[in-house]
Ligand binder design. Structure first.
Ligand code: 13P
Length: 249
């Protein structure tokens, strides 16, 4: 049985004091929660939030990192700096990184391997654009992003990989994929993982859904066989909306 994994991606929101308020509320509301939890604040709030979630059932995540360990990379943040702050997980290949900041599969793959090398858990985000879905290419796009994202990743490292399926047309739009449509892609991606790493690995890998997850649709999505959790954006910014998702029945 796979564990549910509910993650909040706070994107470019919140000052340190706002982030601390939310972290404190989540620590208290989720302390008896049965699932696996993560919050991913901005880099600037990692230290503040890290101090509050340390020793709790909420993991500390970053939203991105550089593909190099250190060097002349103005404006980038390194895996060593993240580890120094107690970061346990890093979100990589988010659609906003792919489409707004033009990160390609090869770059994302280097980041995935670097994160694993340093013992971080990596959440590899995949997902098709609306025009790709309309052209019947959703599976193909997700397959390519999965295969290229995981290129060179050893089977022994797969326990530190989570895949997040986030159809780009569902992110921040209020349009959620139907549980059936999302489950179909999750099942397909699980098959792709099976082809790469075998049936046992496919059965074990956690595949989160992201894209307008709300308290109202969380349990319907989670009820699906292949949906193992959520990567939540907008609704992760308030305890009132994140807690019911995290504690979904
Ligand atoms: P929304 O939940 O705001 O659609 O964002 C999803 C997302 O991009 C999480 O990484």
């Amino acid at each position: 049985m796979r564990n549910y994994y509910i993650a909040g991606n706070w994107k470019m929101h919140k000052t340190r004091s706002e982030a601390a308020d939310l972290a404190r509320a989540l620590v208290s509301s989720l302390k008896d929660g049965k699932h696996k939890y993560l919050v991913a604040p901005s880099f600037t709030a990692l230290e503040t939030v890290g101090a509050l979630v340390k020793g709790t059932n909420i993991r500390l995540g970053a939203q991105n990192m550089a593909a190099e360990e250190q060097g002349a990379h103005t404006g980038e943040v390194s895996v060593l700096q993240l580890k120094d702050l107690g970061v346990q997980t890093v979100i990589l290949g988010h659609s906003e990184r792919r489409h707004v900041y033009k990160e390609d599969d090869a770059l994302i793959n280097r980041k995935v391997k670097l994160a694993l090398k340093h013992g971080l858990e990596a959440i590899l985000c995949i997902g098709e654009l609306l025009e790709e879905r309309e052209a019947g290419k959703a599976e193909q796009v997700c397959e390519t992003q999965t295969v290229k994202g995981l290129e060179g990743v050893a089977a022994s490292d797969l326990a530190n990989i989570v895949i997040a399926y986030e159809p780009v047309w569902a992110i921040g739009t209020g349009k959620t994929a139907t549980p059936e449509d999302a489950d179909a892609i999750h099942a397909y991606v699980r098959k792709v993982v099976g082809k790469l790493y075998g049936a046992d690995a496919a059965e074990k890998i956690i595949i989160q859904y992201g894209g307008s997850v709300k308290p109202e649709n969380a349990s319907l999505l989670m009820a699906k066989e292949n949906i193992d959790g959520a990567l939540v954006g907008g609704a992760a910014l308030k305890a009132e909306t994140f807690v019911p998702i995290a504690l979904f029945a």
